[in-house]
Design a protein around this ligand. Structure first.
Ligand code: TYD
Ligand code: MG
Length: 450
């Protein structure tokens, strides 16, 4: 069989004819891996190609997708109603975040719906997976565990058992013995994903691939598979903290950018139906450097606490640390505070974080973050019943933010009594909360800190 050699970036999937040290597209180093393509049509391609003909659009008969609800409310909302039968989903995340735990829980839920599930536990022995299942209180006769890494063997068992759901844990450990490269290489991972796509579509098996996100390029990251699969779910969260966020990064059958929140407990992952309540539970009352902001995640608002600590620095170069927030954004807000408010941070360490270990990217948290820093700087707590929202510009102006009504509604729901927001965003509609519009950061600071 004729083959063609090319080099593929394991981080972004860019293809080059020759090896290069740093990827031209994503600029990562040592991520190019050899990829051998067959130039003749492979055997499975011939088997699956039907005698398809082009059809005029108006003659296409539409059969609605058959979706299966998992029973996990948050997850079903994230997916837009459940998993589509015969779809291929990639679940990506850092090692230890809880991918195997989530998939085992899903396997159990599918079994409860009367489906047969085949769980390929290539990374762990049957005993390890069984112990995890015991911890999660899962026992089902329709859940088949198979500790195997050779793809050909897995395929045989799939044809034998004929499950409705197939879970491959993980795509980086399974390999085809007919391909020379090692498991986890771009060639292997792509080939396994394409094979699983054919299994999913031809046999109508809802298939899940678990993939580790790696930055080193050692194993092919899930990013090279994104275009092959139907749905990409990202599982994020600090493994040392309890909260986990599941995001639909790509979804051919439903919405994207929705998030579902989970909490890792002793007995598995628990859904968080009202995130604001859980996230604000541990708030210390009357402490300086703490503000509450309403942030938008997907279609809803979540109230989160931002914490800042400004302390004198024992070293000549002061530290700036941000967790859950972009470090550049922090530097910018400090500069704005120095320039517009006359604060001096040059001999002060500044630490900021989002309570609960969440990550927030939207600039609507700027004003809340700035006030948290100012509050810690002045050592004056912010009134407990107040929340703050607004983007801050370089000139110290408070800029408008999208979807203010959703944010205010959540604040009212959580019992807040006052909201500081950009003046331009003041809604015409009455709300059961005092709304204070501000145009500049000075107004907000003098209002809250004095
Ligand atoms: P795991 O699902 O193995 O992560 P991944 O497959 O993404 O590598 O689980 C990760 C962590 O979760 C592990 O350190 C133990 C913890 N855990 C719990 O806290 N509670 C539980 O019920 C389970 C099963 C795991
Ligand atoms: Mg695992």
């Amino acid at each position: 069989m004729k083959t063609k050699e090319s080099w593929l970036c394991s981080e972004c999937g860019d293809v080059q004819a020759k090896w290069v040290g740093s990827c031209f597209a994503c600029k990562n180093w040592n991520t190019m891996q050899r990829f051998v393509e067959k130039t003749e049509a492979s055997s499975y391609a011939i088997k699956t190609s039907r005698q398809a003909k082009p059809i005029p659009l108006d003659e296409v008969s539409l059969v609605p997708f058959e979706k299966t609800k998992t029973g996990l409310e948050e997850l079903d909302r994230l997916l837009g109603g459940g998993f589509v039968t015969g779809s291929l989903t990639l679940l990506g995340g850092d090692p230890g975040v809880g991918k195997s735990t989530l998939m085992l829980m899903l396997a159990d839920l599918f079994c409860k719906k009367g489906f047969k599930v085949l769980y390929i536990s290539g990374e762990e022995s049957i005993e390890q997976t069984t112990m995890r299942a015991k911890r999660l209180k899962i026992s089902s006769k329709d859940l088949y565990l198979f500790s195997e890494t050779v793809f050909e063997e897995i395929k045989k068992e799939v044809e034998n058992i004929k499950p409705q759901v197939l879970i491959v844990d993980s795509v980086q450990i399974v390999y085809k013995s007919s391909i020379a490269s090692y498991p986890g290489s771009v060639t292997q991972v792509k080939e396994i994903a394409i094979e699983c796509m054919h299994i999913a579509k031809r046999m109508h098996i809802t298939t899940f691939l678990i993939g580790h996100v790696t930055k080193t390029g050692e194993l092919a990251g899930p990013r090279v598979l994104e275009h092959i699969v139907d749905t990409v779910l990202d599982f994020e969260g600090d493994s040392s903290q309890g909260f986990r966020m599941l995001r639909a990064h790509k979804n051919r059958f439903g919405p994207t950018e929705e998030v579902a929140l989970f909490q890792m407990t002793e007995t598995g992952l628990a859904e968080i139906n009202s995130p604001s309540e859980v996230l604000l539970k541990e708030r210390i009352k009357g402490s300086s450097g703490s503000t509450i902001i309403p942030t938008i995640e997907g279609s809803r608002a979540i109230l989160v606490e931002i914490q800042a600590l400004v302390a004198s620095s024992p070293f000549s170069t002061a530290a700036r640390r941000a967790s859950g927030i972009d470090g550049n954004r922090l530097a910018l807000l400090l500069a704005v505070l120095e320039k517009r408010m006359g604060y001096h941070f040059h001999n002060l360490d500044v630490f900021v974080s989002i309570a609960g270990g969440l990550k927030i990217k939207e600039p609507a948290i700027d004003l809340g973050l700035l006030i948290a820093i100012a509050s810690s700087f002045a050592n004056r707590p912010i009134p407990l019943n107040t929340l703050i929202v607004g983007e801050v510009g370089l000139g110290g102006e408070v800029r408008s933010v999208p979807r203010i009504d959703v944010r205010i509604k959540e604040a009212v729901h959580m019992g807040f009594e006052r909201c500081i927001l950009p003046k331009r965003c003041l809604p015409k509609k009455e709300h059961a909360i005092e709304l204070v519009g501000v145009e500049r950061i000075e107004e907000a600071v003098s209002l809250l800190i004095g």
